[in-house]
Design a protein around this ligand. Structure first.
Ligand SMILES: [Zn+2]
Ligand SMILES: [Zn+2]
Length: 93
């Protein structure tokens, strides 16, 4: 279960709009949350905002293409998108 604080944080992140669209110069594309998978607990996995096209699209998204192909294709890594997101909400937790 997400705590109230986490929910608030997730809402802020989603409201930024898609982080990849932003990287491409289009701010404010409605986004859903993508969890970054790292070793360890899933419950505190960091999240980034991605629009459905960049999140789930068959040949355009991190889940459709796989992370490595996605990062090569868009020349930006998931971790770089996370840093951008953290800077925007000024929260590095
Ligand atoms: Zn997008
Ligand atoms: Zn995802």
């Amino acid at each position: 279960m997400a705590t109230k604080l986490e929910k608030e944080r997730y809402r802020k992140i989603a409201e930024l709009g898609c982080s990849l669209c932003r990287h491409q110069g289009n701010e404010g594309t409605p986004a859903e949350l993508h969890h970054i998978r790292r070793a360890g607990k899933r419950s505190n996995a960091p999240v980034i905002p991605l629009c459905p096209y960049h999140h789930r699209g068959s040949n355009t998204s991190i889940h459709g293409m796989g992370r490595r192909a996605f990062e090569n294709h868009y020349s930006i890594s998931e971790e770089q998108l996370l840093v951008q997101t953290q800077e925007l909400i000024n929260d590095y937790s």
